[in-house]
Design a protein around this ligand. Structure first.
Ligand code: ADP
Ligand code: MG
Length: 240
C-alpha cells in the first residue's frame, strides 16, 4: 500500500532521514519507536507531504506521491494524520469539527455529514459531547475528537504522531483503546509512539529509528524480547 524507498531528507546541512526503506501492507499496523530527534516526525511529515523529501521515493498504491502535482489534495483525503497537538477548531463545536472537512472538501450534504459525524463520535465514545466546544473537553477527549475528525474523510490509512504524548497519564488509555479498536477493524496505521505496551500488543511490526536510519524492523516479539542491534537494546533498556 505504502512503499518508502531510499527516502532521505535534509534541512540545510542537517541530514534527518537517511536511506529509509519501509513497506506497509494494507491492514498492517506499523509502530515507529526511537529517541527524540531520530527523524520520526519528519518521516510522517514526508509521507503526508507536509515536507518535501530530499531523495528517494514514496509510493502510495504504486504511484510516487512526490510527483502528484494537483492530486495531492486527493491523496491527503486517503491518508489522514493525527498529531500530538490535536488542533481542533476552537470556535466550532465538537460535531462541527468532525463534519467540517467532508462538507468543505467533499461537498457532502451537511445533514448527512452531521449524521456520519455523530456515528464517529459514538465510535470514540463522545456522542454526548457533540454540542460542546473543544475547550470544555479533557485532552484525551479532544484527541478522540481529532481521531473522529480524521476518520470523517474515510481515509484508507492513518498516520499518528505521538497521539498520547501531550496527555495526562490517566487519559492515555482511552485514546489507545480507540486506536486499538481501529486496528482491529483493519485500518492501516503508522503510529509513532512511546507507548511500548501498545506497540507490543497492537503492532504487526515495530520499527526502531535512530539518527535518521531505520536501525531495526521486526515483529514486536523479536524487537522487545530479542533485539539484534546494540542501539535498539540500549534504547529499550531506557524506556522499558
Ligand atoms: P523525532 O520526531 O524523532 O523527535 P524529528 O523528525 O522531529 O524527530 O526531528 C529530527 C531532526 O530534524 C531534529 O534534529 C530536528 O531538530 C530537525 N528538524 C525537524 N524539522 C526541522 C525543520 N523544519 N527545520 C530544521 N530542522 C528540523
Ligand atoms: Mg516527533
Amino acid at each position: 500500500m505504502l512503499d518508502i524507498q531510499n527516502l532521505s531528507k535534509s534541512f540545510g546541512d542537517l541530514e534527518v532521514l537517511r536511506d529509509v526503506n519501509i513497506a506497509v501492507e494494507q491492514g498492517e499496523v506499523v509502530v515507529v519507536i526511537g529517541p527524540s530527534g531520530s527523524g520520526k516526525s519528519t518521516m510522517l511529515r514526508c509521507i503526508n507531504l507536509l515536507e518535501q523529501p530530499s531523495g528517494g521515493k514514496i509510493l502510495y498504491q504504486d504511484k510516487d506521491i512526490t510527483q502528484l502535482g494537483k492530486a495531492i489534495m486527493e491523496y491527503r483525503k486517503h491518508v489522514g494524520m493525527v498529531f500530538q497537538k490535536f488542533n481542533l477548531f476552537p470556535l466550532k463545536t465538537v460535531v462541527q469539527n468532525v463534519m467540517y472537512a467532508p462538507v468543505k472538501l467533499n461537498k457532502t450534504d451537511p445533514k448527512e455529514a452531521r449524521e456520519e459525524a455523530m456515528e464517529l463520535l459514538k465510535k470514540v465514545g463522545l456522542e454526548s459531547k457533540a454540542e460542546v466546544y473543544p475547550h470544555a473537553l479533557s485532552g484525551g477527549q479532544q484527541q478522540r475528537v481529532a481521531i473522529a475528525r480524521a476518520l470523517a474523510m474515510q481515509p484508507e490509512m492513518l498516520l499518528f504522531d505521538e497521539p498520547t504524548s501531550a496527555l495526562d497519564p490517566e487519559l492515555v488509555g482511552d485514546v489507545l483503546a480507540v486506536m486499538k479498536q481501529l486496528a482491529k477493524e483493519g485500518m492501516t496505521m503508522m503510529v509513532v509512539t512511546h507507548e511500548m505496551g501498545f506497540a507490543r500488543e497492537v503492532a504487526d511490526r515495530v520499527i526502531f529509528m535512530d539518527g535518521g536510519y531505520v536501525v531495526e524492523a521486526d515483529t514486536p516479539q523479536e524487537i522487545f524480547s530479542n533485539p539484534k542491534n546494540e542501539r535498539t537494546r540500549t534504547f529499550l533498556s531506557r524506556v522499558l
